[in-house]
Design a protein around this ligand. Structure first.
Ligand SMILES: Nc1ncnc2c1ncn2[C@@H]1O[C@H](COP(=O)(O)OP(=O)(O)OP(=O)(O)O)[C@@H](O)[C@H]1O
Length: 344
């Protein structure tokens, strides 16, 4: 569902080149504060048949999904799956080979106020090492027509109120991530796109980031956050979209997808009549493998322990072993993405 297009505030000038800030730049004072109403304006992000080919290989292939406002959506895939390429196409930084990526129905380049509509945190801030974090943000404010005080507000928001006065070159990776996030929040945008935002954060920072993402979504914003670890976004995200080798593998609610991934768990069962049990399990829809030196051991996928126990009680004779061969969530996620089966 596409919400009605909100009335656009008067266009703020967006300088192509940010002015250089040797001193703390004096941004033109508040042409207008970020629009508080923007909070309710989270707009859907839509990818339709999006593809990107680099020379001899497809980085992204025929990707279609929608990211809903008011929710955190986890965009997941192993390294090299095509997440960054997809986000770069959404932000107009890379041209698609075919297909579209839109925010509120418009390509990024057609947004009236892109920097106030979409806040992006990609791993390429282009920050000068000798410039303080605060000055970096003040330059962005000047370039975007935002009041200079907005830099201090977002620094405070991301826990860099003090560190903002230190040079960027002295920042830890976690501090850089926080500054990137501050930059994304600068225009109080209704849409946030964050590429691996937890990289470099310590456990406390990760917990803080998760809480912040939840708050941003609760305010009605559209929050798309990429990760290569399902455990990192499972708790935070309402929805998950999983890609592998540039293609969609799964999408749905976080709970449903995590259960599906966990459902990759297999059951180990050993009984005195393995052949009969294997036949019964297979006819019940399970996939059964029998390791050569397994002493009657069957590895069953597609059925839970309860169903396997019931089959064993009827067909297996004496039961010697029954256990869930529970993979860790990341292993199951990797198995799913390696399989590349489309399980929408
Ligand atoms: N500019 C480029 N030229 C050629 N190939 C590229 C380019 N950018 C990305 N690729 C290739 O496209 C594929 C997808 O890369 P991408 O960076 O989008 O994946 P990713 O899911 O973001 O991975 P990671 O988590 O490692 O950043 C990879 O095979 C990568 O090598």
């Amino acid at each position: 569902m596409t919400p009605p297009e909100p009335p656009e505030a008067p266009e703020a000038p967006e300088a192509k080149e940010a002015p250089d800030a040797k001193e703390a730049p004096e941004a033109p004072e508040a042409k207008e504060a970020p629009d508080a109403k923007a909070r309710a304006d989270g707009r859907p992000i839509e990818f339709r048949g999006l593809s990107k080919r680099y020379r001899d290989r497809w980085a992204v292939q025929d990707l279609s999904f929608t990211v809903a406002p008011g929710r955190v959506t986890g965009f997941l895939g192993p390294n090299g799956a095509g997440k960054t390429t997809t986000l770069r196409m959404l932000l107009g930084l890379t041209a698609p080979t075919s297909g579209t990526a839109t925010v509120g129905g418009r390509p990024y380049r057609d947004l009236a106020q892109p920097l106030r509509t979409v806040g992006a945190m990609l791993d390429e801030s282009g920050t000068h090492r000798r410039r303080t974090g605060r000055d970096h943000l003040r330059v962005q404010c000047a370039a975007t027509g935002l009041p200079a005080r907005r830099a201090d507000e977002v620094l405070d928001h991301v826990g860099l109120a003090q560190a903002g006065r230190r040079r960027y070159g002295e920042y830890s990776l976690g501090m850089r991530q926080r500054l990137n996030l501050a930059q994304a929040l600068l225009g109080d945008p209704p849409v946030l796109i964050l590429d691996e935002p937890s990289n470099g954060l310590d456990p406390e920072g990760i917990a803080w980031m998760r809480a912040l993402l939840r708050t941003l979504a609760a305010e009605g914003r559209t929050v798309l956050v990429s990760s290569h670890l399902i455990s990192e976004v499972e708790q935070t995200a309402d929805d998950l979209v999983i890609i592998s080798q540039g293609r969609l593998v799964a999408e749905g609610s976080s709970r449903e997808i995590a259960a599906r991934v966990r459902g990759e768990a297999r059951v180990r069962v050993r009984a005195s009549r393995p052949a009969e049990l294997a036949a019964a399990l297979t006819s019940a829809g399970a996939v059964v493998t029998r390791p050569p030196a397994g002493d009657g051991l069957l590895i069953v996928s597609g059925l839970g322990t309860g169903a396997v126990a019931a089959a064993a009680a009827t067909h297996g004779g004496e039961l010697y072993e029954l256990a869930e061969d529970a993979p860790d969530l990341e292993q199951a996620f990797l198995r799913l993405t390696q399989g590349k089966a489309e399980i929408r």
